[in-house]
Design a protein around this ligand. Structure first.
Ligand code: GDP
Length: 295
């Protein structure tokens, strides 16, 4: 994860680490290298610029120039700023009601169905919840089968209705069933849509209006970098989602999406997917991720 970015940042720091005396010029050069590393990682341009300006100011303010170990001090500042950039503290799912309704949204192939299963499994095994999965991807019949297979695998009930192609009806029925069966969490998988597909975007807005979810999690493939961030913007404008889920981080060497999403849409990353298996899900911890990036 993020090997490429880590390597480049490490190289950027080398200038300062080896230096006996540090000048403002060294700091400025290092910042330029860091900005380049961030842009190479597909970090949003404005995000990268604001970030390096901020780090530079802090570095000069905290007397990096006269410090005995400027490299170390700068690493600490970078660590704090990267953590802040990714949201500061951990933001988890809230359970304000019974049942808590969680709507899953995102593009085709982002990993929604897989994440729905992973989330149900996580809530059952780690949070002692009793979830119901709802198969709302009516346009891809295989998605219903896929969710049913996952449900069986992790021992979680799945509500599907192959008699209708109305995702609003299915979502409503799913919530009603959860109440009847005492499921305290309902996770509604939805059809993938292209952000430009107006009819599909309206449809998910209608699902939202019909069931009034407590959480809307926007699932996005981290490997798509800036596209992930642009898609997040479109979905957030339409759905005002409560959190993002970055999938396929196991294959993401650059990290651009992880570093940009919070600052661009101002919504926290709540979970990260790190593989295809049901256990390959982690709560997102900005501080741990920052340390990992800095190596
Ligand atoms: P959906 O169309 O959004 O429902 O996407 P799917 O859940 O069907 O996932 C699309 C593909 O991505 C499948 O082959 C999944 O196994 C794979 N996938 C999902 N999440 C991850 C992840 O975190 N890491 C990896 N490597 N693959 C993933």
């Amino acid at each position: 994860m993020f090997e490429n970015l880590s390597d480049k940042l490490d190289r950027a720091f080398k200038v300062l680490k080896g230096q006996g005396t540090i000048t403002e010029i060294n700091v400025a050069e290092t910042m330029k290298e860091i900005r380049k590393a961030l842009l190479d990682a597909d970090v949003n341009y404005k995000t990268a610029k604001t970030f390096t300006d901020e780090v530079r100011q802090k570095a000069l303010g905290e007397n990096v120039l006269t410090s005995i170990s400027p490299g170390q001090l700068l690493t600490k500042i970078m660590n704090d700023e990267l953590t802040a950039l990714m949201g500061g503290s951990t933001s988890e799912v809230n359970f304000p009601a019974t049942p808590t309704i969680i709507l899953i949204a995102g593009l085709n192939g982002a990993g929604k169905t897989t994440f729905s299963g992973k989330l149900a499994n996580f809530l059952k095994t780690q949070k002692n919840k009793k979830p119901l999965l709802v198969a709302g991807d009516v346009y891809r019949p295989a998605a219903i089968d896929q969710l049913e297979v996952l449900g069986q695998q992790i021992g979680i009930p799945v509500y599907a209705n192959r008699e209708t192609t109305d995702p609003i009806a299915i979502a409503r029925e799913g919530v009603a069933l959860a109440k009847q069966n005492n499921n305290n969490v309902v996770i509604i998988d939805t059809a993938g849509r292209l952000a430009i597909d107006e009819a599909m975007m309206q449809e998910i807005e209608q699902v939202k209006a019909a069931v009034n979810p407590h959480e809307i999690l926007f699932v996005v493939d981290a490997m798509t970098g800036q596209d992930a961030v642009n898609t997040a913007k479109v979905f957030n404008d339409r759905l005002d989602f409560t959190g993002a889920v970055l999938t396929k981080l196991d294959g993401d060497t650059r990290g651009g999406a992880a570093l940009s999403i919070k600052s661009v849409v101002n919504k926290p990353i709540k979970f990260i997917g790190t593989g295809e298996k049901m256990e390959a899900l982690d709560v997102f911890h900005p501080d741990r991720m920052a340390s990992r990036i800095l190596g």
